[in-house]
Design a binder for this molecule. Structure first.
Ligand code: SAM
Length: 280
């Protein structure tokens, strides 16, 4: 027994199922169930919610989510070696854990969930940013999920919550904060994981706003922001050259200075510029 449930401790689970960590799958496991329960709690009240978990591995966070009262957990794991360990958890929580042996990048997860939905994951670092960008850019807003509680490398977490004026501020900050409240809720040292990664990690909690903070067409905003930060050291008028013929006039009409650099422009400014560009 291991504290939060009657299942064996994770070290025993890993040994019993031969789950040696594979670097190619970003496998850095959390074995402290008090810690995984704490991460689950940082997602807020889970009762009455379906949870999408990407990469359950041996199931430490999965057990935290179930013990904290999630209505159902849908866990998507690419590594088939983890399935027997996850089946033991499913048996201990009848009807509450569905395990999908799939690549999260290929899966139509919405079909498996009922609202309200929260996404909680200790993400594989190699696909974490790609998944976040997909979740932040659904075809319609508000999205199916109400919140995202995600583990990232500390440097990525800092980029998600960054404010204008610094090096960390970029496309990820604008995408995340335009339609979400985003904050870092927990920092974790490398030793919290087995095996320890080279860098520190942090949990970011994002709550979807009912509507964007400032009006803008999502596709135009994304194009403007991607181009502006692609050459972030250049002034806006140079970085955005070619986007539309009269870009300098649009920058001025948006209340920005053509000599500003992207990292000085607040989200409101990018939205004003996207509106000017979409106004044809
Ligand atoms: N959640 C577990 C924990 O906290 O201990 C494991 C986290 S580990 C950082 C990432 C997990 O994601 C691994 O179990 C790995 O096999 C899985 N994974 C990697 N790439 C994946 C993908 N594309 N789709 C689904 N799972 C993936």
């Amino acid at each position: 027994m291991s504290g939060i449930d009657t299942l064996p401790p994770l070290r025993e689970v890993i040994a019993a199922h031969g789950l040696s960590a594979r670097k190619s799958l970003g496998q850095n496991f959390l074995l402290d169930l008090n810690l995984t329960a704490k991460i689950a709690r940082s997602a807020g009240d889970l009762t009455g919610c379906d949870i999408l978990e990407i990469g359950p591995g041996p199931g430490g966070l999965t057990r935290g989510l179930l013990a904290e009262g999630a209505r159902r957990v849908v866990a998507v794991e690419k590594d088939a070696r983890c399935l027997p360990a996850l089946a033991e958890i499913a048996a201990a929580y009848p009807g509450r854990l569905e395990v999908l042996n799939a690549d999260a990048l290929d899966l139509d997860w919405a079909a498996h969930l009922r609202t309200p939905v929260k996404i909680v994951a200790n993400l594989p670092y190699n696909v974490g940013t790609e998944l976040l960008v997909r979740w932040l850019t659904p075809p319609v807003w508000p999205p199916l999920w109400g919140s995202l509680t995600l583990m990232f490398q500390r440097e990525v977490a800092d980029r998600i919550v960054a404010r204008p004026g610094g090096k960390a501020y970029g496309r990820l900050a604008v995408l995340a904060q335009w339609r979400c409240d985003a904050r870092v809720v927990m920092g974790l040292p490398p030793e919290a994981f087995t095996p320890p990664p080279k860098v520190s990690s942090a949990v970011v909690h994002l709550t979807a706003l009912p509507q964007p903070r400032y009006p803008a067409d999502p596709d135009v905003l994304q194009r403007v922001v991607a181009k502006a930060f692609n050459q972030r050291r250049k002034m806006l008028r140079a970085a955005l050259r070619g986007l539309v013929p009269d870009i300098e006039a649009r920058i001025l009409a948006a209340g920005l200075r053509p000599t500003d650099r992207a990292e000085q422009v607040p989200i409101e400014g990018f939205c004003a510029l996207a509106r000017q560009i979409a106004a044809d």
